[in-house]
Design a protein. Structure first.
Ligand code: ACO
Length: 353
């Protein structure tokens, strides 16, 4: 086995033996973005950078940024509400809300706030943290609850507000990230109709230091000689070159495994739906599988890296503008801090935008 801990599955999902409705159909999507957009030119007024440098190294042209009165709960709830509307569900139809985020409003959990905002009174709601792999990991997790028969309808949200945790004076990181939220509505279906045709998930904590949003080493006096750790996090720290090398090595490898195990050839894919971190990473993966550029989904130019939100945000945009159609096959991969990475073969079955 390669580095890291691995989980994978292909074909009928876990639980298929006990539950005849063991498939998971992707039937709705929605997204929400803050209104404020900051261009590369604007950012170059704050840090020593340029539009030419950022575009040529990353493909990013602008990013959306939340103001102080725009909590993650609001963005995530808007995205989820739109996914419910798209699927034609009422909030009370939802059994499970999974919120993939690394930038919660509340470390005890932000998903319950989203549940309350939606009025999804019958849903259990909790957060899941796996950085930029978070949405993919959450989608697979929802798939397991559905496959076991425990849950019939779920909303999987990817939402991040890394503007809170970026050092806006560090040009190596602040140009990369943006804020956003997006969600997918998934429901039980017959195993033969599943939209989650296979997946792979990996973690390698030995490389954690490559990309961190870590607790600061700050102490608070408690009693006499006793002290405790004081809560608080340092800004995002990243070894960009290591993360880049990790991505261009591991993403093609995990996608290759997934395609081989599902018996799907790259030419059968309608779309590559990758985490939007860097256009050069997207291009490298596409080249490896000889997927033409017009079948590689990318919106980096407008939004940058919105962490857990990138994959559903891209999916929502492409469904709404009519590129992704019902029945289309998508190979998706999320990767990032942890380090964590994963891939899933998906079939979109929802209505048009
Ligand atoms: N503007 C201008 N110059 C810059 C900037 C900037 N914004 N940032 C770095 N530079 C400079 C550096 O200081 C360095 O200058 P020096 O040679 O004088 O020291 C030079 O550019 C080259 O720096 P590198 O770090 O070698 O640049 P590189 O080509 O590797 O690009 C980048 C950096 C874009 C960050 C790239 O490494 C990358 O995309 N890595 C992957 C990042 C990523 O995807 N992270 C998110 C993962 S997802 C998640 O989980 C959050």
């Amino acid at each position: 086995m390669p580095n890291g801990v691995s989980l994978s599955l292909t074909g009928p999902m876990a639980g298929a033996g006990t539950n005849p409705a063991a498939g998971m159909a992707l039937v709705g999507c929605g997204s929400a973005l803050p209104a404020v957009s900051i261009s590369n030119e604007e950012l170059s007024r704050r840090v020593d950078t340029s539009d030419a440098w950022i575009r040529s190294r990353t493909g990013i042209g602008a990013r959306r940024v939340c103001g102080p009165d725009e909590p993650l709960t609001v963005l995530a709830s808007q995205a989820a509400r739109r996914a419910l509307e798209h699927a034609g569900w009422r909030p009370e139809d939802v059994d499970l809300i999974l919120l993939a985020t690394s930038s919660p409003d509340d470390l005890f959990g932000t998903a319950p706030r989203v549940q309350a905002a939606l009025g999804a009174t019958g849903a259990v709601a909790f957060d899941l943290t796996a950085a930029c792999s978070g949405f993919l990991f959450a989608l697979v997790t929802a798939g397991q609850y559905i496959a076991s028969g425990a849950v019939r309808r779920a909303v999987v949200i990817g939402a991040d507000q890394l503007s809170r945790w970026v050092d806006w004076d560090d040009r190596r990181t602040c140009v990369l990230f943006g804020d956003g939220a997006a969600a997918v509505a998934v429901e039980a279906c017959a195993a033969a109709d599943t939209g989650l045709l296979g997946f792979r998930m990996r973690s390698d904590g030995s490389r954690n230091a490559c990309l961190t949003l870590a607790q600061t080493d700050s102490r608070a006096a408690l009693l006499g000689e006793l002290s405790t750790q004081k809560g608080g996090f340092a800004p995002i720290h990243m070894n960009g070159q290591e993360v880049y090398k990790f991505a261009v090595r591991e993403v093609p490898a995990i996608l290759q495994e997934l395609l081989e195990s599902t018996g799907v050839a790259p030419a059968q894919l309608d779309w590559l739906l990758l985490h939007q971190a860097n256009q050069r990473i997207l291009d490298a993966v596409a080249e490896r599988f000889a997927v033409p550029a017009e079948r590689v989904l990318s919106n980096l130019a407008h939004y940058g890296n919105t962490s857990a939100a990138t994959i559903p945000l891209m999916l929502d945009e492409a469904v709404r503008d009519g590129r992704v159609l019902s029945g289309h096959l998508l190979a998706s991969s999320g990767f990032g801090a942890g380090l964590s990475w994963g891939a899933a073969l998906l079939r979109w079955q929802g209505p048009p935008g």
